[in-house]
Design a protein around this ligand. Sequence first.
Ligand SMILES: Nc1ncnc2c1ncn2[C@@H]1O[C@H](COP(=O)(O)OP(=O)(O)OP(=O)(O)O)[C@@H](O)[C@H]1O
Length: 426
Amino acid sequence: MKTLNMVQDDNLDTSKDDDVLPDRDVAKEFYAKYEPKEILGRGISSTVRRCIEKETGVEYAAKIIDLSADPENKNSTLEEVRILRLVAGHPFIIHLHDVFESETFIFLVFELCKNGELFDHLTSVVALSEKKTRYIMRQLFEALDHVHGHDVVHRDLKPENILLDDQMNIKLTDFGFAHVLKRGEKLMELCGTPGYLAPEVLKANMFEDASGYGQPVDVWACGVIMYTLLVGCPPFWHRKQMVMLRNIMEGKYSFSSPEWNDVSEDSKSLIRQLLVVNPDERCSVKDALTHSFFHPKLFDQDIEPIKKDYKTASRKLSKINQLTEEFKNRPFRARKKFQFAITVVRFVVRISRLKYAHAPALTITQGRDDPYRVKILRQVIDQCAFKVYGHWVKKSEDQNRAALFENSPRTELRNLYNRMNNLSVT
Ligand SMILES: Nc1ncnc2c1ncn2[C@@H]1O[C@H](COP(=O)(O)OP(=O)(O)OP(=O)(O)O)[C@@H](O)[C@H]1O
């Protein structure tokens, strides 16, 4: 039980001590304006509740931060508020609606994201299609472009810090580790979440002469997120955390698991440009946004346009036959010859796209011997395993869906820091 006087709200589930609300005297202003409702989630020293603004009836999410456990929390929360205000006004960044401050609590009133964390969405669907990954990654890069444009580095990008609104648009949140960079400033501090840490963050803590890090750490984390969204497993995971850190520092990951057979070269190419060990050679947010992965592609469309393409292709084929006949019988004419060449090129491109859009047929033997290679069977297997065990089942040494649940940042990083100082890097 907290040391403060608490009152219980009869309308709320108060089965746990933590579920009681801070004394109404502590934050009269907040209670005058908002009606607190059920708990949406919890952080280390915070509880997030849905609440309703009395005057407008609009729903919000109130993050109630308890300052009694750690007085340092107040300064860091106020810094987070300052940064949230600095980057405010972007459609894919969480909107901070109101702030109330008391001696022992801070209330941050955010826009409500009805679909919760991208992380929870991912755990329920196992992996996202390329189309959905593109939708989310584009919004993430646009949000990040805005954040970086204000000289801010987020430092804790991960699916847990990406919320989804009722339209499934993202809202980048948790700027608790964010920092406003001064001109030319490099950071040395070890912060973030282990699986998402960029190599330069680890190096800054291991080598005396390390040059520190800046905004490219967010680009690296986007690479980890994109990889994870597409196949449901993080890229650098290893059962031994020290091996995972080495993998990160060496940029050692692969596209070798069966899931990657169904993923386009465009996606892999973007991930390769994001997960570049040297931050100077890593692509920027703007480079990422202009990558071909973000161009609409045939494989994203429904089957109808593909059928239409078949019809067009067969019309083109008759046209080619007709032109070929004409060529045999007519004298040389440059314009016609050029037209002929263009038609042939278009035809070939169209046919190759159709081939790309249709994967080779599956044989019964292939499905029986290696069902996990087949996308639809793989999804069924993963979803059944998740339903039965409540978590994903480990697949192999370096492909572990359960690894996604191992990321508990702030507490774990202290241990990591101590262990890294004892790690000798060859
Ligand atoms: N704006 C929001 N709309 C809907 N749900 C939210 C919102 N903000 C947070 N939540 C829910 O509340 C939970 C806890 O949020 P909080 O920000 O306190 O988590 P945290 O980032 O883990 O905490 P900490 O800042 O202590 O690390 C989240 O996991 C999320 O499910």
